[in-house]
Write a protein of this length. Structure first.
Length: 159
């Protein structure tokens, strides 16, 4: 049922959100469901073309933190595979656009960041799924794949 819900409702919402965020030049879309959102542009590992995805994020020590959950799928999101091949990315935060480097968190960093990303992106997960802190705990329950946390370090300071 979760896969059907994601395909029918979440995927179209994410596409619309990304479209509005891009077309409004970041004036609209910097939050998604009350959670801060960014656009990440990676270079396609096969095509070499720019690929943009909208993601929720939080901050930690000047870095932007995102999660490669892919909704709890057993497959990682394509954007993660792209940044593994080329870690140089472009980020849009509201009206600001800047270059950054992205990498998967180490095990130690992941242990520190996992509670932070869950607190930032709770949604209704704690009501619907007793015993979880946030949405990513729920996604992790749906897959045997370790869902990675990704650390994005801006090329220059961001506000």
């Amino acid at each position: 049922m979760d896969g059907v819900f994601t395909t029918r409702f979440v995927d179209p919402y994410l596409k619309i959100h990304k479209y509005v965020y891009e077309k409004s030049d970041g004036r609209v879309g910097k939050h998604s469901g009350g959670v801060p959102a960014l656009l990440i542009t990676t270079t396609g590992r096969r095509t070499g073309l720019a690929r943009t995805n909208g993601l929720t994020y939080c901050r930690d020590r000047g870095d932007l933190i995102v999660v490669a959950s892919n909704g709890g799928s057993d497959r990682p999101p394509a954007w993660l595979l792209n940044l593994q091949a080329d870690p140089q990315v472009t980020i849009r935060l509201g009206r600001q656009v800047f270059g950054a480097r992205a990498r998967e968190a180490t095990d130690e960093e992941q242990a520190h960041l996992w509670p932070l990303v869950n607190r930032t992106n709770r949604g209704m997960s704690r009501i619907l799924h007793p015993g979880v802190t946030g949405r990513y705990d729920v996604y992790q329950r749906h897959t045997t794949r370790r869902i990675p946390v990704v650390i994005i370090t801006p090329d220059r300071a961001t506000p």
